[in-house]
Design a protein around this ligand. Structure first.
Ligand code: PEP
Ligand code: CO
Length: 458
């Protein structure tokens, strides 16, 4: 693949000269500019020091000294900017991270798909709803989901609304973490009764008991505040609507040069549909200081991935790039090794993460989008196997999950069937793991991480 000409000069708006995909078609550009001017005036959501800290943590994940847990909704909804959904998501992420830390004996880097995950790429510009052709739903960032032409009209005011709701979400998350999120300490807050299989339930309960016991011991030594006040949680979303991301970008003078940070989130990722080498998204992503993720789907050729890394991170700073493979359970064994080998041959340092969700989407006979837990397990297991064989570090996972008891994915500890999907199917976009399914994935990862630790410690 030929590397397109790329001027050395980057600016927060240099993407504007490039071919762009997946943008809303606003009718009133002046209204868009007014909304973006307001976003620019509002205070940042995150601080540059936090962004730098996340990059250092991710450098540890690349080296096998930490593990990345990234997760949250496929499409965050404006209505989820309220107390219970935020608490539920925070709780499941923290519980999963405790299970992982305990088993892997590694720090877990928690990155929520939250506080800004409001915009979605779509495979078609329009969709048929009850026989009417409408603009496809591109997320609450853009318009409302209701199936009417008025609701689907892109509304520039939502650019400001997204910023404000992200701020409110992050504010409450920070308050809960500051307060120690005491819920975690009580066994009754670990809802394990959902596990149908007795053998699994007994094993999970024993593990949780050991975790709570370890926490109790640490606290009895008087370092409780230490343990919980240092819990960090970072925010992330797909950097999709570039005019919004540009407005979130602030320059910081640093010894005669300007560093640009996107202060709308700690981490951003570029999606599998917008990662074109000569496209606008890659142009924007290459210039920001933030750690970035790159979704790597089955259409990515190894040499293309190498070129992409050369453009996105010529300096090869550890922790800057996380490659999120989402190949699908059926393809991972054949597609992952050539990608890993090509990157390894460049000598570059990346975090290898796996998104076992987006390559495993299926539709039921009645047309409902779902995912089967068995395929998700399978992709994760095979990704572990592949990295183990190649001697590279499997450094993290990227999941679509919610802390609530929805029924969107089939299988898992409650053995949800296709018939169960109708009960509580809430997602505005892709199906998410519910609380029980998320915890089960954490137990599965814990088993593999513990085995890896034992195999590496003499
Ligand atoms: C997503 O993460 O919701 C998504 C759209 O993923 P991908 O870009 O990997 O398809
Ligand atoms: Co998704």
């Amino acid at each position: 693949m030929n590397e397109p000409d790329r001027p050395a000069a980057w600016s927060p708006s240099s993407w504007r000269g490039r071919p762009i995909r997946q943008q809303p078609a606003y009718r009133d550009q002046a209204a868009v500019e007014r909304a973006l001017a307001r976003v620019k005036e509002l205070p940042p959501l995150v601080a540059p020091g936090e962004v730098d800290a996340l990059r250092r943590h991710l450098a540890d994940a690349a080296a096998g000294r930490a593990f990345l847990l990234q997760g949250g909704d496929c499409a965050e909804r404006f209505q989820d900017c309220s107390k219970e959904p935020i608490e539920a998501k925070l709780k499941i992420l923290l519980q999963m991270s405790l299970v992982l830390t305990f088993s892997a004996r590694l720090p877990v880097i928690r990155v929520a798909r939250m506080a800004g995950q409001y915009a979605k790429p779509r495979s078609a510009d329009t969709e048929l709803v009850d026989g009417i052709e409408l603009p496809s739903y591109r997320g609450d960032h853009v318009h409302r989901i209701e199936a009417t032409p008025e609701a689907r009209e892109p509304d520039p005011e939502r650019l400001v609304e997204a910023w404000l709701r992200s701020a409110a979400t992050l504010n409450y998350v920070r308050a809960l973490l500051d307060g120690g999120f005491a819920d975690l300490h009580e066994p009754q807050h670990w809802k394990l009764h959902f596990v149908r299989s007795d053998a699994h339930r007994v094993r999970y309960e024993a593990l949780v008991e050991r975790i709570l016991d370890a926490l109790d011991f640490v606290e009895s030594t008087g370092v409780r505040s230490e343990v919980f006040s240092t819990v960090e949680l970072f925010s992330s979303h797909e950097g999709l609507i570039l005019a919004y991301e540009e407005a979130a970008t602030r320059g910081l003078e640093d010894g005669g040069r300007t560093r640009y940070y996107n202060l709308g989130a700690h981490m951003l990722w570029v999606g599998d549909r917008t990662r074109a080498l000569d496209g606008a998204h890659v142009e924007y992503f290459r210039g920001i200081e933030n750690p970035i993720g790159v979704k790597v789907g089955p259409s990515m050729a190894p040499e293309e991935l190498v070129s992409l890394l050369g453009v996105l991170e010529p300096d090869d700073r550890p922790g800057r790039v996380t490659l999120i493979t989402r190949l699908g359970a059926g393809q991972v064994a054949s597609a992952l090794p050539p990608l890993v080998e090509a990157v390894r041959a460049t000598g570059r340092t990346v975090v290898w993460s796996c998104d076992p969700m987006h390559g495993n989407g299926i539709k039921t006979a009645s047309g409902i989008k779902t995912r089967d837990l068995r395929a998700i397990h399978e992709e994760l297991s095979q990704t572990f196997d592949a990295h183990e064989r190649l001697g590279t570090v499997f450094g993290g996972v990227h999941l679509e999950l919610t802390g609530e008891d929805v029924t969107e994915c089939v299988g898992g500890p409650q053995e949800l069937s296709e018939e169960d999907l109708a009960r509580s199917y809430e997602t505005f976009c892709d199906p998410r793991l519910n609380y029980a399914q998320s915890l089960e994935i954490a137990f599965l990862l814990a088993r593999r991480l513990e085995a890896r630790r034992r195999c590496h410690t003499p």
